[in-house]
Design a binder for this molecule. Structure first.
Ligand code: NAG
Ligand code: NAG
Ligand code: ZN
Length: 502
């Protein structure tokens, strides 16, 4: 586009902040964002990532919706009469949708919180996130506790937020309680096959899950599963008289071997067969969260998918960015469950992602207060697990992925399109006509150091495993249209969800 188009920019205070709002009807939690004073405008770039590929051209936005996507050669607007925001060679992509974030609000907002967590999301190009039902207090396991979530979030979020509900033994065995939770507008359920570490979020066995699947099938809502089970590790978990060093990451790794994931997934695929066409839970969908084991566990998932099970899987940037061998002694910022495994496993995760065997990515952003990470002691066995990453998922995925030749289209698929489908968000996840104009603009070749000078919005930067690293792929702007929407959706709206196109 000719540089003349840039002239209209001078009229707008656009480059002053990272975030634009133009929904005047809602109050902003603070002044770190700016309102774009237009309800009809164009975003132009040489690299607009659409489901039809990356095009040079412009996206037309009116009243918060994308109303056209036009290639440069067909784009004829008079820049004197039209507002054009021209990003030149910066990439314009659908905003990231993070289907796995723990905002810990209400009840543990000293760990994270709706304002801080959603500000970190906006700063990192994440325009929608789906909050996990645990680490807040109480956990979101009933209609009543969902109401507390919604009350805590109302007027305090900077991006769109939806909620997963918890599947726990109490509601798994009580269909009417589960129905009330689903009717109240959670986007789906999440359960743990190992103790979650949170008292009011007990684990579910395969038989609890089996019991819940027909209800989920009726509602066409997914069940997200933390797939690890406790094993009798033949005494391997016993640390011989403290000989094993708890400051060594390898000690922690031994306590959560890949066989724990494998055993859980083995149980799950005996259930997911019922989701096949004609099965007793047809219409239900199982989604395995944060897969770490790229060996046997991944093969089991691949085979189940090939047999027609309604099954998807995500992994997280920390499994793709870090390797167990490189984690310094005592650096508990890297503790999470399942654990980060060896470098060869990391390579296999990338292969699986590139081959489409892993469907999507999520942050599993899960901070705590710094004291619980025991950074001074560095005890991997006692420290709280959870990686704090929400603001950095775009540059982390890009920095590590570009070595494998990932494309902008793949990024958009893993971080927007497929997560939108999992969560049933039919007007999000792509730069396409009719969709909400949730957009991230970023610069692939811009490198930056994540140091104390970098504007970090995550509540506790000191516990983020990414601090101290150099990343490329800087987020320049995040456009959010229905800012502060809580995606608490009446279930009838979701009846048309189909899983097959994830
Ligand atoms: C099932 O849940 C409903 C609604 O939450 C509750 O009223 C009922 O007492 C529960 N039934 C049992 C058997 O616990
Ligand atoms: C992709 O291109 C086809 C053919 O030009 C068009 O019909 C379709 O609407 C486009 N899809 C999107 C999402 O832009
Ligand atoms: Zn999690």
């Amino acid at each position: 586009m000719e540089s003349g188009k840039r002239s209209s920019l001078a009229l707008l205070p656009l480059f002053l902040s990272f975030l634009f709002y133009f929904d005047f009807s809602k109050k902003l939690p603070s002044s770190d964002c700016s309102l774009l004073p237009h309800n009809h405008y164009w975003i132009a770039s040489k690299y607009i990532v659409t489901p039809n590929g990356t095009v040079s051209g412009a996206v037309e936005i009116k009243e918060g919706r994308i109303i056209s996507v036009v290639a440069e050669e067909n784009w004829h607007v008079n820049s004197w009469f039209t507002t054009v925001v021209n990003y030149g060679e910066s990439v314009v992509m659908p905003g990231f949708i993070d289907v796995h974030a723990h905002l810990d609000d209400p009840g543990r907002s000293e760990w994270e919180g709706f304002p801080s967590g959603t500000k970190a999301a906006a700063a990192g190009g994440v325009t929608t996130l789906v909050d996990m039902p645990l680490n807040s207090a109480p956990s979101t396991v009933s209609e009543e506790t969902l109401k507390l979530k919604v009350q805590a979030a109302e007027g305090r979020v900077y991006v769109d937020v939806g909620f997963w509900g918890g599947l726990v033994p109490e509601n798994a065995e009580n269909a009417s309680s589960l129905e009330r939770l689903l009717n109240a507008g959670v986007l789906g359920l999440k359960s743990f096959m190992v103790p979650s570490g949170i008292n009011d979020f007990p684990m579910t066995t395969a038989s609890h899950i089996k019991e819940a699947l027909p209800t989920l099938a009726r509602y066409k809502r997914p069940l997200l599963v933390h797939a690890e089970v406790l094993l009798d590790l033949d005494g391997k978990m016993e640390l011989e008289d403290g000989v094993e060093n708890a400051r060594s990451y390898s000690t922690y790794l031994k306590t959560r071997p890949a066989s724990m994931e494998e055993a859980a997934i083995n149980q799950l695929i005996t259930l997911s067969k019922d989701t096949r066409a004609g099965g007793s839970a047809e219409g239900a969908h199982l989604h395995i969260v944060h897969l770490s084991d790229a060996r046997t566990s991944l093969n089991l998932i691949k085979e189940a998918k090939q047999r027609g099970d309604s099954l998807t899987v995500e992994t997280c940037p920390h499994y793709l960015a870090f390797a167990a061998e490189d984690i310094p002694d005592g650096d508990t910022r890297f503790k999470c469950a399942p654990p980060i495994r060896d470098a060869a496993n990391k390579e296999k995760l990338w292969d699986a992602l590139l081959d489409g065997d892993i469907d999507m990515l999520s942050s599993d952003h899960s901070p705590s207060v710094p004291e619980m990470k025991l950074l001074d002691e560095g005890d991997f066995l006692k420290a709280w697990g959870g990686i704090s990453s929400l603001q950095f998922v775009l540059p982390a995925t890009w920095t590590h992925g570009r070595k494998y030749g990932i494309t902008f289209e793949q990024l958009a698929s893993w971080w927007s399109e497929k997560p939108a489908k999992l969560a049933g968000l039919t007007t999000k996840g792509a730069i396409a006509v009719g969709n909400q104009a949730d957009i991230v603009v970023w610069e692939p070749d811009m490198e930056f150091d994540l140091d104390n000078d970098y504007p970090v919005h995550i509540k506790h930067p000191s516990i983020s495993a990414y601090m101290g690293s150099r990343l490329s792929g800087k987020v320049l702007e995040t456009f959010i249209i229905s800012a502060m929407s809580l995606l608490v959706v009446p279930l009838t709206f979701l009846e048309t969800t189909t899983w097959h196109d994830i």
